[in-house]
Design a protein around this ligand. Structure first.
Ligand code: BEZ
Length: 350
């Protein structure tokens, strides 16, 4: 009997110790993806090798645009993964300047991360053109899969070389055509139309092929250019049409959905690789969470955004892809002919 109690006491003690050690270990492991598409496991713990730092993140959109909401998601996720050691300060709405300014700031290391449109990057990273093959994707989910694919990641890697590193892509809604007074129903209606595009040779080429007279203007210049008649309309997404209040001065939105609209998250290559592996993985994982959140949320907002613009007095209507058949073929020939990577990316996704 005495011997039985002794064994019983020891077993109880052992059980208690096991319970205590399990309670003390509150690390949770979640799976993410490293910059090159591989899976990584990040421990959400205060004990990891994370530096105490505040990362500066800049972008050009308004605070009610999806890209700002995704930035907030990234901030929340990174702070949670690193137990509050790695913080994020967000500078929205071109507070730190234009996309050109922000790229320079990241190269110089004075800004840690910037959300830069892939369209802007086509001027310095020609392979980004692959993203603007007209009507390449039917949905944001498809585009998000292409972003994670080998070819999508290969294109992202092409931003390297001037001290930059691309961490991920992040999508807004697909592109539409917003016009002040003239309703676009065919390429005939585009003839000579002064249509604003994001500064990018690729977008210029698409609209020139369609007969328009494209004007390169950065986002901050668009409202007043439309108001004063410098432009007749613009290439834009529904998201930014709402957040920039273009319905105050424009009547029509042709929902063409002719191109997807990725941004890239750029960081300073040297600064990023000087961080511990755990810190790099936490940043990568937090961006993956934020970009998946953006695609999932935005995919469910198409109807809501159309209705919102209609309620503000705009005529919102569809145009079939077949209207741009000639331009699709011309694009694939021109840009597929300039780069094997772009050609392969288009072939894989068309
Ligand atoms: C644009 O240049 O059209 C744009 C840039 C960022 C987000 C949305 C639109």
């Amino acid at each position: 009997m005495k011997r039985f109690f002794k064994i019983g006491e020891w077993s109880l003690l052992l059980l208690l110790l096991l319970i205590l050690s399990a309670c003390g270990n509150d690390d949770t492991e979640t799976e993410g993806s490293s910059g090159d598409g591989e899976s990584v496991n990040v421990s959400a713990t205060t004990g990891g090798d994370y530096p105490e730092m505040t990362l500066k993140l800049a972008h050009i959109t308004a605070t009610d645009h999806m890209w700002h909401q995704a930035s907030e998601k990234f901030k929340e996720e990174l702070e949670s993964l690193t137990g509050g050691k790695m913080k994020v300060e967000i500078f929205p709405a071109s507070q730190l300047g234009s996309e050109a300014d922000m790229v320079q700031q990241v190269e110089a290391g004075s800004v840690d991360m910037a959300m830069i449109t892939a369209a802007y990057l086509t001027a310095r990273t020609p392979e980004m053109a692959g993203w603007f093959a007209p009507y390449l994707f039917e949905s944001l989910e498809e585009a998000n899969e292409a972003a994670a694919s080998e070819k999508g990641q290969e294109i992202l890697k092409k931003v390297e070389g001037t001290g930059l590193k691309g961490l991920t892509y992040l999508f807004a809604g697909q592109r539409t055509m917003v016009t002040k007074d003239k309703k676009i129903e065919s390429t005939d209606d585009l003839k000579g139309l002064k249509l604003r595009v994001t500064p990018s040779p690729v977008l210029q080429s698409f609209y020139k092929n369609a007969g328009a007279a494209p004007e390169s203007l950065s986002l901050t210049e668009v409202y007043s250019a439309l108001q004063t008649g410098v432009i007749d309309g613009m290439d834009m997404d529904l998201d930014a049409t709402i957040t920039n209040k273009y319905s105050e001065i424009a009547k029509y939105v042709a929902v063409t959905n002719h191109m997807v609209w990725p941004s890239t998250i750029l960081t300073n290559e040297k600064k990023f690789s000087s961080l511990s592996q755990e810190a790099q993985d936490a940043i990568t994982q937090a961006w993956k969470t934020a970009s998946d959140f953006a695609v999932k949320t935005r995919s469910g907002q198409e109807e809501e955004f159309r209705k919102e613009l209609e309620s503000q007095g705009m005529e919102v209507y569809d145009i079939d892809a077949s209207v741009f058949d000639k331009q699709i073929k011309a694009f694939d020939k021109e840009y597929g002919g300039q780069s094997d990577l772009v050609k392969a990316f288009i072939e894989e996704n068309r």
